[in-house]
Ligand binder design. Structure first.
Ligand code: NDP
Length: 480
């Protein structure tokens, strides 16, 4: 069975402990490879490599850094099918989704920051006629990048690309649940000739490898995407060390449907925003609020279309929902469905585990689930479930729905459906979320800042925000 290796100082290495963890294919419920059970010693080696590569990488002309990133983007595109298959096998998602979204977006991350590396600029300010101030933005040093399992290569490259483009070197950790694409990515970096030590990938458990990255004094900046609880732990370790932190955390996103919406667009996009990637996208709209006059029509149609979705083998082109990432996560989502029933919710679609036959007989599959009849304040409507489960609630006024939308501790994203432009602006301005989509969902422009408010995180990724994050600014003031 294949053994995944760490990528440290330009070479593939076994973990120092020689211990490995099992890597499951969740669609089969079977181990299909092993990954390093690395620890603080491996992180230390990776950090030394990153520190020693920093001087030459950070002083390399931006055009050369850019060329490496673009070469890696080209290799991702060349291996798109293989990477999509690996991502589907690790995470359970339909392979067609990995081909259409995850892997192309991973390549786009590398390409975008290849270009950003050469266009990055800093500011100058002339203070009346008395002084000129100019700002120098220098890469900080060795950066720690820790990413989750739901969009493995997409989010991994979303962090690594701006760090490398800005001139930082990196010690990265993918989720232990989905290590394969990061491993294949390390081979692409070797093929691209990326200088040794510039990127180091250490596989293993969050409690060991992730914790060691947070603690290591040689890592001065950390970009993390994952759950809010983990984000708090990282902040508790890293903040007293004055590390620069970007935390992209969980969400409980409202999807707000006004009666004047384009009904067909709202319904067809709601199917995706509710159940794409088995609902395992931080930006999924898990709380749907529908204006009362449209409520019945919307619920009937969403239930009808949800029941028509195919839960199946992720390799099958017809499949809409693949496997949940792990048995533990499937059970967590099932426990929330049980909680919803205790809280008085009525299940209108789904609610159960799905047992497939053949190759996927042992896999972790769930029905897409719609629940109505719940109070916006109940736990089901306040806590992140991170699965194919949505609740639908009616509302009467704009003020009421804004209050519901803002009533959780999260503030990652929101979606609005209305043909009334003034209302779109008015409501967007009052919702506390890092991104508001109006009449669309998951639309991405890499130049825009991305990140959450409240417990959905601090810091912004995307565009220049991410480049700036990996640099420290120094101002030089010259008296005229
Ligand atoms: P986790 O927080 O469990 O894990 C994220 C990463 O952190 C993993 O690599 C994990 O390793 C690692 N980790 C775990 N414990 C520690 C620790 N003590 N110190 C450092 N690192 C640690 O999140 P999930 O992987 O379960 O991802 C799902 C979550 O991510 C959801 O809450 C989702 O909303 C959020 N998310 C947020 C996004 C955003 O942009 N805001 C985007 C996508 C997801 P391991 O897996 O090995 O335990």
């Amino acid at each position: 069975m294949e053994k995944i290796l760490n990528y440290i100082d330009g070479e593939l290495r076994a973990p120092l402990s020689k211990n490995y963890l099992e890597n499951y294919n969740p669609a089969e419920g079977k181990v299909y490879s092993y990954l390093p059970d690395s620890d603080a010693d491996d992180v230390h080696e990776a950090t030394l490599a990153a520190q020693s590569a920093f001087r030459s990488w950070s002083s390399l002309p931006a055009e050369k850094r850019s060329a490496y990133l673009q070469k890696i983007a080209d290799l991702i595109n060349r291996d798109l099918d293989q990477l999509a298959l690996a991502e589907s096998r690790d995470q359970g998602k339909p392979v067609k989704l990995a081909k259409a979204m995850d892997i192309p977006r991973a390549a786009a991350n590398m390409s975008f920051y290849a270009s950003a590396a050469i266009h990055f600029a800093s500011e100058a300010h002339i203070t009346d006629t008395q002084a000129i101030n100019y700002t120098v933005r220098n890469p900080i040093g060795a950066a720690g990048c820790i990413s989750p399992w739901n969009l493995p290569l997409y989010l991994f490259t979303w962090k690594i690309a701006p760090a490398l483009a800005a001139g930082c070197t990196v010690v990265a950790k993918p989720s232990e649940l989905t290590p394969m694409t990061a491993y294949l990515f390390s081979k692409l970096c070797m093929e691209a000739g990326l200088p040794k030590g510039v990127l180091n990938i250490v596989h293993g458990l969050g409690s060991k490898v992730g914790q060691a990255i947070s603690e290591h004094v040689g890592i001065t900046v950390i970009s993390f995407t994952g759950g809010t609880v983990t984000g708090k732990k990282i902040a508790a370790t890293a903040a007293p060390m004055f590390k620069k932190l970007s935390l992209e955390l969980g969400g409980k996103n409202p999807n707000i449907i006004f009666a004047d919406c384009d009904f067909e667009q709202a319904i067809s996009t709601s199917i995706h925003s509710s159940f794409a990637n088995q609902g395992e996208i931080c930006l999924c709209g898990s709380r749907i609020f529908v204006e009362r006059s449209l409520y019945k029509k919307y619920v009937d149609e969403l239930v009808k279309r949800t029941k028509a979705l195919i839960v199946g083998d992720p390799f099958d082109e017809a499949t809409n929902l693949g496997a949940m990432v792990s048995e533990a996560h499937m059970n967590k989502v099932l426990s929330y469905i049980a909680l919803a029933k205790q809280e008085g919710g009525k299940i209108l679609a789904g609610g159960n585990q799905v047992k497939l036959t053949g190759r996927c007989a042992g896999g972790y599959f769930l029905e897409p689930t719609i629940i109505v009849g719940l109070d916006p304040q109940c736990r089901t409507n306040q806590e992140e479930i991170f699965g194919p489960v949505v609740t639908i609630m009616p509302f009467d006024t704009e003020e009421e729905v804004i209050m519901y939308a803002n009533s959780t501790s999260y503030g990652l994203s929101a979606t609005l459906w209305t043909e009334n432009l003034k209302r779109a602006h008015r409501v967007s301005a009052q919702i506390k979320s890092g991104i508001i989509w109006v009449n669309c969902w998951l639309f991405r422009d890499l130049r825009t800042p991305f990140g959450g408010m409240k417990q959905s995180g601090v810091g912004r990724e995307g565009g220049w925000e991410a480049m700036r994050f990996f640099t420290e600014a120094k101002n030089v003031c010259i008296k005229l």
